[in-house]
Design a protein around this ligand. Sequence first.
Ligand code: ADP
Ligand code: MG
Length: 161
Amino acid sequence: MYKFETFSKEETFNLAYKLAEKLKGGELIALEGDLGAGKTVFVKGLAQGLGIDEPVTSPTFSLIHEYEGRISLFHFDVYRLGSPEEIEELGYEEYFYGPGVTAVEWSDLITSHLPQEYLTVKINRSYCQTRGDMRIITLVPQGAYFENMVKELVADDSLGD
Ligand code: ADP
Ligand code: MG
């Protein structure tokens, strides 16, 4: 478990951008956090880090958006799924086990459908007396591949502690 603190949406974006630079394709990033936590901001940073120039918008109603970049990005928001099984109707396996990067907002609603190895990004709002509104971003790697990736990120990121 690795914790980062961000004090603006730009800092959250930059953390995601640096993570994206380590992605090769085939990874799943599972995003947890309340409404307004910063999950979509994080995905925007991932997208730019993957070389995607198109504006990224929340797929709350469409459930999935696809973007072409250095690596394709499949952006899910499963908040409105009636049940975890409904993700099967979207053909989720093609994305989760495909060559692109998949980012899933509200991934805690479909844990039964996540692959064996993935990276969880938990975003919690907090408040700092001196610096105000902040986010605590916890990275929880599942599997050695993501464990190494997060260690590298901590090593070269001054935001890490
Ligand atoms: P979610 O997708 O989790 O519902 P969004 O990413 O859409 O949340 O929105 C996050 C909101 O919080 C944005 O309005 C953003 O400007 C604001 N914000 C304030 N501080 C931060 C921060 N440190 N990191 C990310 N977002 C922040
Ligand atoms: Mg969102």
